[in-house]
Write a protein that binds this ligand. Structure first.
Ligand code: NAD
Length: 271
């Protein structure tokens, strides 16, 4: 049979390297920064990427818990833990400097760290607003920009931001400020995707639904039962189920995905 090849002037038909086998995710030997790696979803991400052969820079605020994460990771000698406060812009720059100095490059950045206190509307003050901005949005901008500076040198990079279903719904119980900044994470994701598209850097987000971590333990058991019952899959996600989506977005399999938000929410919110 004759084969026809469509030729169009000036159109780049293939610019991506494809997996050679169905198991080749392209994660092995990647240098990956994971923020929020001391527990919950970030810890699951660090563990799964380590299992896939990546070298991890695990970032969070609590040293002891970070060391626990490290103790649960495969090939422990390949990884680094950094106990630092992402609210400070200079720390974001330092994380990237350390990663580049240690490993010579950065392939993937997973922006997983965030804070949430369920504060009633009337008790929200300026310092709480500022704190949520600093950790949940500002740090993502400055860390992504610094990491992209290194990724550009290899014309390859993946940035995965963790937003929330709350970005669409306005959030569960006393989380207006948190959800507002999570909405900002979606806009930031799209803006960075456009900004870095010409440098081989794909930027995407994951919007988890209720996931079984300390964050969900802020609800009373009765309230938690009530909201979980409204989820079509009738359960919370395991942190590992969010981590696998991050692995996919950092993999070669996601080479044509950028500026997207992947909903991992058991059907809780269908867009
Ligand atoms: N658990 C859920 O149901 C749920 C749902 C939707 C979205 N998310 C998002 O998923 C991500 C992970 O959530 P989680 O449930 O694992 O939360 P978690 O509270 O268990 O972990 C938060 C992590 O962020 C780190 N962190 C917080 N402030 C920091 C700071 N100033 N500097 C450095 N590190 C800091 C903590 O040390 C910790 O490692 C967050 O972005 C969260 O908003 C969670």
């Amino acid at each position: 049979m004759r084969q026809y090849r469509i030729k169009r002037k000036g159109v780049n038909r293939m610019d991506a390297e494809f997996p050679t086998t169905i198991t080749d995710l392209g994660i092995k030997n990647q240098v990956v920064i994971v923020t929020g790696a001391s527990r919950g979803i970030g810890r699951a991400i660090a563990r799964i990427f380590a299992q896939a052969g990546a070298k991890i820079i695990a970032v969070a605020r609590d040293k002891e818990q970070l060391n626990t994460t490290l103790s649960q990771m495969e090939n422990r000698e390949n990884h680094l833990v950094l106990n630092t406060d992402l609210a400070e812009i200079r720390n974001c720059k330092e994380i990237v400097e350390i990663a580049e100095k240690t490993y010579g490059r950065i392939d993937t950045l997973i922006n997983g760290a965030a804070v949430l206190s369920r504060i009633p509307m009337d008790q929200v003050d300026e310092s709480y607003w500022q704190c949520i901005n600093d950790v949940n949005l500002k740090s993502l901008f400055f860390l992504s920009r610094a990491a992209a500076g290194v990724m550009k040198k290899n014309h390859f990079g993946r940035i995965v931001n963790i937003t929330s279903t709350g970005a669409y719904t306005g959030g569960l119980d006393n989380s207006v400020v948190y959800s507002t900044f999570k909405g900002g994470v979606i806009t930031l994701t799209k803006g960075l995707a456009r900004e870095y598209a010409g440098y081989g850097i794909n930027v995407n987000a994951i919007a988890p639904g209720m996931t079984d971590t300390r964050m969900m333990a802020l609800l009373t058991p009765e309230r938690l039962r009530e909201v979980v019952n409204q989820v079509p899959l009738k359960r919370m996600a395991k942190p590992e189920e969010i981590a696998l989506s991050a692995l996919f977005l950092a993999s070669k399999w996601a080479s044509y995905i950028t500026g997207a938000v992947l909903d991992v929410n058991g059907g809780q919110y269908m867009r």
